[in-house]
Design a protein. Structure first.
Length: 114
């Protein structure tokens, strides 16, 4: 998708603070962090919403979670805990329509979320 912000980030067209890169998945620091650690894990492939994933793409989402767990260890937030979030659609608070897994940590998260 040529006009998608996260496609451009994944392709290196927009400078970002990457913490992980592979053939299929990249992760970078959120530009407006909501916690001391706030990292976005995205597939290079454009998928608009988590509700759009096909059965074949479920494995890709599993890999994104595995990468988030590894980044959490590297960021030293694994012991205290962290939050993994997919916002989906308008009521879910999704602003960028290219799926991204939020990894949030470094402080106590509130529940229920706002
Ligand atoms: P959403 O609300 O769609 O789940 O989350 C989108 C996230 O992307 C927000 O936390 C926002 O701060 C982040 N974001 C938006 N534009 C950029 C950008 O250009 N670079 C980075 N690194 N993060 C961005
Ligand atoms: Zn995209």
């Amino acid at each position: 998708m040529s006009d998608c912000l996260f496609c451009k980030i994944a392709q290196g067209e927009i400078k970002s603070d990457f913490v992980f890169k592979s053939e299929e998945i990249v992760a970078f620091r959120d530009i407006n962090p909501k916690a001391p650690v706030h990292i976005l894990i995205i597939p290079k492939k454009h998928i608009s919403k988590i509700s759009d994933i096909s059965e074949n793409e479920q494995q890709l989402v599993g890999k994104m979670i595995g990468i988030a767990n590894k980044i959490a260890i590297k960021e030293k937030i694994d012991k205290d805990g962290y939050r993994l979030v997919f916002n989906c659609g308008q009521n879910g608070g999704q602003e960028v329509y290219h799926i991204h897994l939020h990894l949030l940590g470094g402080r106590k998260m509130n529940w229920p979320p706002g």
